[in-house]
Design a protein around this ligand. Sequence first.
Ligand code: ATP
Ligand code: MG
Length: 489
Amino acid sequence: MNEPNDRAQAPVIVARADHPISRSMIAGSALKVLYRLKDGGYQGFLVGGCVRDLLIGIEPKDFDVATDARPEEIRRLFRNCRLIGRRFRLAHIRFGQQIIEVATFRAAGAPMAPEPDLDGITEEDEVQSPDEGPLLDDEGDVNGNVADPDDPDGFDRAHDDRGRLLRDNVYGSIDQDVWRRDFTCNALYYSIEDFSIWDYVGGVEDVKARTLRLIGDPETRYREDPVRMLRAVRFQAKLGFSLHEGTREPLGRLASLLDGIPPARLLDEFQKLFLAGFGQRAFELLREHGLLEHLFPATAAWLAGEKDGMAMRLIQAGLANTDRRVAEGKSVTPMFLFAVLLFGPVTAAAQKRFETGMHPGQAIADAVDEVVAAQNRRIGIPKRFSIPMRELLALQPRFHRREGRRALAFLGHPRFRAAYDFLVLRAEAGNEDPAVARWWTEIQSLPPDAQRERAGAEPAGEGPHEGGPPRRRRRRRGGRRHRAPATEG
Ligand code: ATP
Ligand code: MG
């Protein structure tokens, strides 16, 4: 088994009685799609992460369907269907908020990974104009391909709008489709015909053994698509599987292949690694496998050299916090994680500027720009994240000002909450006097009158409560605070 022949030998078919997946575990919408395909005379299988997750008893994130029906045929079967993807068309079938992705089996000529030039959109575009560029949209298919906004639904054509041929022979049968998948546990097919699982690659055994194993020759598969290295880390962290020796071994040697992946795709993977509730573990594994330095070169270098461990503690606290929020069903934002992950390099870049006497908020804002410019060559940080991140960081010195109307006004600042959360992390990591964080925690719990009193903002007020840290910064600056930079206003 585990041989990437063009045509596979017969699969091992695990009958319904011999596996735990029952229809009651499958979303009704996915079942509807499968039955409609079957009634239309086509094959319908659940495939990928959902089969794996159901086997190990965790709730699938989504249900992906594979079929021998061509995209246009799928479209004819479903009214609520939209075809997406430039090179490889996929059907999205919408049920309210839920989308079931239906992919036609593809032959080996159709790689899972996006083509390198991503349709001529440069890295610069991806980072500079995230809002216009389709690449950073959420609507990517499993290949990172995205719908063409100008593409009329269902318009069937042999060429895409850039003249690229959509070759018919990319479509194949299930026994060709299986070999393009990455790990054996991701290559299991659940048939709606008789509720059996089709296993060409020993995936069922690997799931039982909690082993993550690439299909075929690992080095070849990583070279075909280096993002599979990050996927290995992701599934290790998410599922608690261990890497099969042959799948683990090439990671150290091939890590630098990640440098050739478009920053927009790395951003996508970054989000899947860090925003799904297992970021702390993912971070450890990225370091362990030598991958972190290819995603966050400045951060990795900083951590390797830091003596006091501050940035590392901050990262750990930040990731733990994010994982906890995910577990509690609260919202999480990549912008906060970027702030956490880049804080070490940012402090170094800001320090140079503090020494020139630059206003602290401005120094930090400039430092962030410097660090982000370098970071964008790896994981592209869209401006919708980098701008609020810069603001959040540049606001940090303002926490030292704990008296008067400005302190009160800060409480109402649109970015106060994020900046405060970051302050708390800095205090936890030993980068800030805990009394400063405590003061801001307390004042938020007070009613407005008491807040004014605490901040000494009443005309006859007395200044901040005793016990706060010394107000060094204020003294040093002396006189009136100059106009805050835009990022601090
Ligand atoms: P998750 O539960 O995180 O969604 P998943 O296994 O469903 O995990 P997806 O990224 O949704 O992962 O991809 C769906 C399926 O497509 C995978 O299970 C795998 O079979 C295949 N696949 C996705 N990306 C690749 C890739 N880069 N190389 C090979 N196969 C891939
Ligand atoms: Mg999936």
